[in-house]
Design a protein around this ligand. Sequence first.
Ligand code: ATP
Length: 358
Amino acid sequence: MVKITLDRITKKFGNFTALDNITLEIEDKEFMALLGPSGSGKSTLLYTIAGIYKPTTGRIYFDGRDVTEVPPKDRNVGLVFQNWALYPHMKVFKNIAFPLELKKAPREEIEKKVKEVAKMLHIDHLLDRYPWQLSGGQQQRVAIARALVKEPDVLLLDEPLSNLDALLRLEVRAELKRLQKELGITAVYVTHDQAEALAMADRIAIIREGKILQVGEPDEVYYKPMYKFVAGFLGSPPMNFVEAEVEGEMLRIYQSRIPVPRQYREIIKKLDITEVLFGFRPHDAEIVRGEREGIRGEVYSFEPLGREQIVTVAVDSDVFVKVFAPEGEHFRFGEKVTIVPNEDRIILFDKKTEKALE
Ligand code: ATP
């Protein structure tokens, strides 16, 4: 299929820089998620790959071939949008067949390909219906089928599931991932939903203000974030950050003192840094009753979630952290507790630059 190379892409709209010197390689058959908050430039990047936008500077290559000047229709990309506008006056069959009819493909070929792709997406029993006779999830499958029917080299998806309800989103997302691997198609998937990116992608590029902050496999960006922004964007609830002061071999965190995590002892000495942000994920800490070695605080609230609960602990008057606790533990409001983070999973950030220490 196709490997996509983005070489120092900048896109300006007037004076505004929507993409700022983006360099990224998307491997053949890879599922790459572009993840970032609203307005970070994800869609702009996707449309630049599609050829709908031309970069202000920089080049785009498909398998080493410069396609920067190639119009969208000649790039052989399939596009799926959030608002998957189907043609309302056409039945499902015709909606899916449309791109092939534009290409003036022979009747039998159209027939065969539409049926094939409809079967793959489990909508082969719906070919004779109009879009208004379909559920949201079915309509979205038709839109995906329409993008796939012309056998594109690259599948570009812009928040394709965000109009579906939560349950359906989970279902279509699993299917989309399976399909992408089955077809061996290179996919770029825009989302602001971190769970979706973690669940679906081979690699995730985290974008903020037109720049890529980090690219990596889900595990890597989750457990080894290079920036506080990345750490705070992934995971639900997100990573906790508390200010900490270095005091020799110890860290002072409000009223508590805990040893500098072993993986940071040398780094802290070398950098000679005193103010850090102490980061740990809600799942990577234990909460114990009473005052122990750890981060002390008082239970502020708790939210049962079925098998576990989220406990919010005040470590200072307006400083809160969240940790998971097993379902059977009953806490009282205001109860004194200690949070004991898993040392290996602690991440320290420079307070000023918000970059992970290394
Ligand atoms: P969202 O998730 O909200 O769609 P996004 O990360 O996809 O956000 P983009 O749509 O790529 O963000 O937009 C990035 C920035 O570029 C925004 O500030 C947006 O206002 C601006 N922008 C996008 N398209 C244009 C345009 N055609 N003209 C001017 N500014 C634009």
